[in-house]
Design a protein around this ligand. Sequence first.
Ligand SMILES: C[S@@+](CC[C@H](N)C(=O)[O-])C[C@H]1O[C@@H](n2cnc3c(N)ncnc32)[C@H](O)[C@@H]1O
Ligand SMILES: [Zn+2]
Length: 278
Amino acid sequence: MNEGVSKKEQASQRFSANIGVFRCPICGDGFVANTGGVRCSHNHSFDLARKGYLSLFTGPQATQYDKDLFLARREVFAAGVYDPLVREIVDLVNALNLEKPLVLDAGCGEGSFLARFHECVRDANLLGIDISRDGIELATSYHEAVMWCVADITRLPLRSKSTDVVLSILSPANYREFQRVLKPSGVVIKVLPGEDYLREIRQRLGGIAPYSNDEVLAKLEDSVDVHQKSPLHYKVDVTPKFWKAMVQMTPLSKHREVVGEPPESLTIDLQIIQGAMV
Ligand SMILES: C[S@@+](CC[C@H](N)C(=O)[O-])C[C@H]1O[C@@H](n2cnc3c(N)ncnc32)[C@H](O)[C@@H]1O
Ligand SMILES: [Zn+2]
């Protein structure tokens, strides 16, 4: 962080420099920025929090992801569990050879993915959006170079044709909105769990049906012209302490008891799909 410049001031500068890509989630008009936040021509105003994120969501916080889950997820990220995924996506985005692209992480959670991504991707404007204030507040502990917003992906606070890349990583997608905000040359990168994803956790939680991504994939293929589909399958070592975070980082374990001993390893099975909106 620049000496003497607060997180809020840095965020304010960054949002001001990119204000043209945002729009009011209430009326759809553009914004003007000031040090306290942003305001549209209908006087809908949204605050920039002291921690350096913009609140562009006014509805109720109905999410199954709470702070403990995000903290566990952060611990798992920090241990490198998703490093192979980060590398794959960095390569995909770098291969697009875009000049200063706007990359949106739609449903960025506590921000670990985008923070890692920032370390590896050349010269991009990065925007992380999540409906969870807990998630975004944690995300602001990462890079000031990323713009963080509390917002709803079903009503993205972005202008039409403003965005080069939409990342949707293990998060819900809204393809109508992705299509609206992406430039005609824009790319969507979706990461879905495969049927073996977190298999060892599922096996130890009673009553969980085997996972299939068929339905999610069918919905995606209705909206996305798929250019590339790559499976990513690997195992990570488990230690007892780490096992606790792994179990806690998934909403699958909410209200369910894990039974049995920790496994020696945990399976990460993902599908990475790249395409353009149809
Ligand atoms: C499984 S988490 C994945 C988070 C992050 N991509 C990661 O891999 O760590 C799904 C995220 O989607 C967010 N989410 C769910 N519905 C949303 C919505 N309508 N708008 C924005 N974010 C949403 C949740 O708050 C949660 O952070
Ligand atoms: Zn407005």
